[in-house]
Each structure stands twice: as structure tokens, then as C-alpha cells.
Design a binder for this molecule. Structure first.
Ligand code: GZL
Length: 333
């Protein structure tokens, strides 16, 4: 280090003591993830793990709740005890968060909600949310089905739908089920039954097989995620029926959401899944930006919706319109 002083200038080099490796001032994030129930969830987890790294300025504490809300509540309490800088939670269902989020607020720890939403009276219990508009996803897919039936001259009252729902009470299930029920009423379709497949392939197969045994007028299986659709396809083919778009020729159509796995896209290309409402899982960079903004005193939007597409290999429908907005179908080759 150079010193200058008084009348005579002199310099004195001192050997700066080894500067201690500056303790990296990492931002500590506690992330409570729903589980590992689906390809979407795995892609979402991967996005978060790839983002919240030491190189990017974070220490991440990751907890997998195995689809149980109590595990998430326990994790959040652990994060509070460890005095993390931020809590990020992908809530398994919407209800039941008021108490534990109040504890986080009382501890002065910001909570960022990602993917599904929390239903709390006091909106100050979370800083912000980022995720999908699940009802819009459903309305776009149902508009695709309406357009398809119109082009193919399939009478609405011959459309018999079962809904293989996701985890009951989750935002994705609530939105995708609501969108379907309203489309059924608007278009004159028959909603034969609803049953939860809990977003897994096994439960999706079980639920579909059970409904196929109970009803003989099903020609559309609406699955609230791809993994349920994989199970539904297995169940339909096990009965000797064919999965496909030609519901007026005895085939059973499968519709789905997510579109994150190669298997789903290949099934769509093969006509086994007729239409997929995209659900974008890549929330890591979005949450990173929210935290970096907060660190810099910038207030994020309370709700941030991600843009999403519709995938299909069916060429009869090119665009759907919802609320005066046109959405081009991403045609799979
Ligand atoms: C949607 C997400 C849903 C996916 C499923 O954002 O919450 O949960 O659609 C996942 O695949 O299990």
C-alpha cells in the first residue's frame, strides 16, 4: 500500500496481510418444492437448482415436500429458524398457509410464491407470485377443441368428456377444471365425470381405467397434466380402443397440459395427445430477478404471469381466440 505524507513524499510498501478470502456475502434462499410427481415438477426443480448457485450469489436450502403440505409448513419453519434471507414456496394447494406465512412475516423474511398460488386473506403475507394463468391455459385448449369439432362437423352433444384432475385444491387443478366446466356449459358438451389423477401417470391410469369401466360414451379424456395423459393412453389402449383425433370414428381423444417432456411432444406428433396447453416450468431465472430487484430496492409486480403456447400436430386448427386475443397453435411436425 502506498502512503504519501507531509513535505517529503515517501512510499512504503507494506505487505498487505493475506486478505482473508472475503466471506462471500451469499443470499440464503430456503425453497420448499411440492415434490417430484411429474416431468413438469422435475423441470421446475432443475430450473431452480441451476439458478440458485453460489456462483450466482446464493446459498440454497432445498426441501422436497413429497406433495404433503405439512412437510412444506415444517420446511418453512426451519427456514425461519435458520434466518434465511428469502423463502420461496411452490405451494402444493391454495389453502392452509395463513399461520406459517404470518410466522415468516413476523420474522421479517420475504416470501416469494412460485407456480401455484396461496389463498390468504392478508396479501401482505407474501411479497409476490410468479407462475401460469391456469384458467387461460384451459380456455385456450377448450377453444381448440371447439374449433376442431366445428371443422370436423362433430355435434357438440356427441362430445363426452371425463376430466382427470390434478392435485385437488391446487391452483393448476382449480384453473384447469374451471376452464373446462365453463367450456362444457358454453359449447353444449357432456362432462361425464371428474376424478383426480394427482398429476401422476399411475393415478392417471387408474382413474381413466375406472371411468372407462363405468361409462361407455367417453370420447375425450381431458388430463390436467402430461403424466396423467401417459397413464390415460395406457388405460384406453388396454381396453382395445384406439387413442386419436377421430372421435367421430370411435377413437378416444386425449388432451393435456405441460408439454415439457420429449415423451409428451412425441405423443402429440403421433396423434396420441391431440392438444397440449403449454405450462412453462422455467421459473428459476424469474425468481432470481425478483430477488435481485428486491436486493436493489426495486418492488416487483405482485403477480407475474408467464406467456405460454398451445401445441398440436392437428392441422385443422391454426389459431384460437380467447378474450379477443388470438393464439397461434404451435404445429408439431
Ligand atoms: C403447474 C404445476 C402442475 C403441472 C403438473 O404449474 O403446478 O403441477 O401442470 C405439476 O405437471 O405436477
Amino acid at each position: 500500500m502506498l502512503f504519501t505524507a507531509g513535505c517529503g513524499e515517501y512510499s512504503e510498501k507494506t505487505v498487505q496481510p493475506e486478505i482473508e478470502e472475503e466471506a462471500k456475502d451469499l443470499i440464503v434462499v430456503g425453497f420448499s418444492q411440492v415434490g417430484a410427481e411429474s416431468d413438469w415438477r422435475k423441470a421446475n426443480t432443475e430450473s431452480m437448482l441451476e439458478t440458485f448457485t453460489e456462483e450466482n450469489g446464493y446459498e440454497l436450502i432445498f426441501e422436497d415436500a413429497q406433495q404433503k403440505q405439512q412437510n412444506q409448513i415444517t420446511s418453512i419453519r426451519t427456514f425461519i429458524q435458520r434466518e434465511v434471507d428469502y423463502i420461496v414456496v411452490a405451494p402444493v394447494m391454495e389453502d392452509g398457509w395463513d399461520t406459517v406465512l404470518t410466522e415468516a412475516k413476523d420474522a421479517g423474511i420475504p416470501v416469494i410464491v412460485v407456480d401455484r398460488q396461496v389463498a390468504v386473506e392478508d396479501k401482505s403475507l407474501f411479497t409476490c407470485w410468479v407462475g401460469s394463468d391456469f384458467e387461460l391455459e384451459s380456455r385456450k385448449v377448450c377453444e381448440w377443441l371447439r374449433s376442431y369439432c366445428e371443422v370436423k362437423e362433430i355435434e357438440p352433444d356427441t362430445v363426452g368428456i371425463v376430466n382427470i384432475q390434478g392435485t385437488l385444491g391446487s391452483s393448476a387443478q382449480l384453473g384447469r377444471s374451471k376452464g373446462l366446466r365453463e367450456a362444457v356449459g358454453r359449447n353444449g358438451w357432456n362432462l361425464i365425470a371428474e376424478a383426480s389423477g394427482e398429476y401422476t401417470q399411475a393415478k392417471g391410469r387408474e382413474a381413466t381405467a375406472r371411468l372407462l369401466r363405468q361409462y361407455d360414451d367417453i370420447n375425450v379424456v381431458y388430463c390436467e397434466n402430461d403424466n396423467e395423459a401417459f397413464g390415460a393412453i395406457e388405460a384406453i389402449e388396454a381396453t382395445g380402443k384406439r387413442v386419436g383425433n377421430d372421435i367421430d370414428k370411435g377413437q378416444i381423444m386425449v388432451i393435456s397440459f405441460d408439454g415439457v417432456s420429449e415423451e409428451a411432444i412425441n405423443d402429440a406428433k403421433a396423434g396420441k395427445i391431440s392438444c397440449i396447453g403449454e405450462c412453462n416450468p422455467l421459473h428459476g431465472p424469474r425468481v432470481d430477478k425478483i430477488i435481485k430487484d428486491l436486493e436493489n430496492g426495486v418492488t416487483p409486480d405482485k403477480y407475474e404471469y408467464v406467456d405460454e403456447d398451445i401445441f398440436s400436430a392437428v392441422r385443422d386448427v391454426r389459431t384460437v381466440t380467447v378474450d379477443d386475443t388470438d393464439y397461434d397453435i404451435v404445429l408439431l411436425q
